[in-house]
Design a protein around this ligand. Structure first.
Ligand SMILES: Nc1ncnc2c1ncn2[C@@H]1O[C@H](COP(=O)(O)OP(=O)(O)OP(=O)(O)O)[C@@H](O)[C@H]1O
Ligand SMILES: [Mg+2]
Length: 239
């Protein structure tokens, strides 16, 4: 379980998040919605250790992880798929997958102590399009294929909690369908997801819980079926 307690954070003297409390329970999908500039990316950066909060705490399975560097949070199972993908464009798909696997080549749900999965066939099975392009330089793939490669990291690292920042951004509807199928599968395998997404309806379909962030504060928190699209729209418009 990943938890933010009373988090205040920002950039220099510019405070973005104010006293934010957020919980991503094990095996749950949490949608984080809100207008542009609300602080969603900033919140994911705090949760993955990239940005240190000026107040408040981050807890992983009840352990205080405040001040942990990103690699330590990643070892604890927190995987951040940032805006803009974060893949090695000059390397082949295969080498990207090998690097992603790092020292933790297990799939979600696989008990520790089992033999490590070979990450390449596992990714090729999850994303057949990547399987066909193992030797291709990552930077020459289409935007959707590059996003799939970025998402594959959560799979091969055996992430427990995956932070996803607008992974559907700029992609064609058919590719977005594939990406959401993959997210469903990741969730079905037991990973918890914290999903920042501009396609509200798609996010709600997948989510168990919803947070709406507005001007750096949590404006709504509840189960996704408690929330109508009209209510969301109202929050976005600041009503
Ligand atoms: N590196 C930075 N330095 C200074 N200010 C920043 C930095 N990154 C973001 N901000 C500011 O912090 C605020 C929140 O930005 P953030 O990117 O977290 O919003 P967001 O909810 O992800 O928005 P969007 O929906 O547009 O992605 C904005 O006012 C933004 O200008
Ligand atoms: Mg953002």
């Amino acid at each position: 379980m990943l938890e933010l307690r009373g988090v205040t954070a920002g950039y220099g003297s510019h405070t973005v998040l104010r006293d934010v409390n957020l919980v991503v329970p094990d095996n749950a999908v949490v949608a984080l919605l809100g207008p542009n500039g609300a602080g969603k990316t900033t919140l994911l950066r705090v949760a993955s250790g990239l940005l240190r909060p000026s107040a408040g705490r981050i807890l992983v399975d009840g352990v205080d992880a405040s001040g942990w560097p990103p690699h330590r949070l990643s070892q604890a199972g927190v995987c951040h798929v940032p805006e803009g993908r974060g893949i090695f464009r000059g390397l082949s798909v295969k080498d990207n997958i090998r690097l992603q696997a790092g020292g933790h080549p297990r799939s979600p749900g696989q008990a520790s102590g089992d033999l490590p999965l070979d990450p390449i066939p596992a990714v090729a099975e999850a994303f057949p399009r990547l399987g066909e392009r193992l030797a291709q330089r990552a930077g020459t793939m289409s935007g959707g294929e590059q996003q799939m490669l970025a998402l594959a990291r959560a799979y091969v690292a055996g992430a427990k909690t995956v932070l996803l920042d607008e992974v559907s951004m700029g992609l064609a509807p058919k590719v977005i369908d594939e990406i959401f199928e993959y997210l469903h599968r990741l969730a079905a395998q037991g990973a918890a997801l914290l999903l920042v997404e501009q396609y509200v309806a798609r996010a709600l379909e997948l989510a168990d819980f919803v947070y709406i962030l507005n001007k750096g504060r949590v404006q709504f928190v509840g189960e996704s079926d408690e929330l109508g699209e009209e209510q969301i729209l109202a929050s976005y418009l600041g009503v």
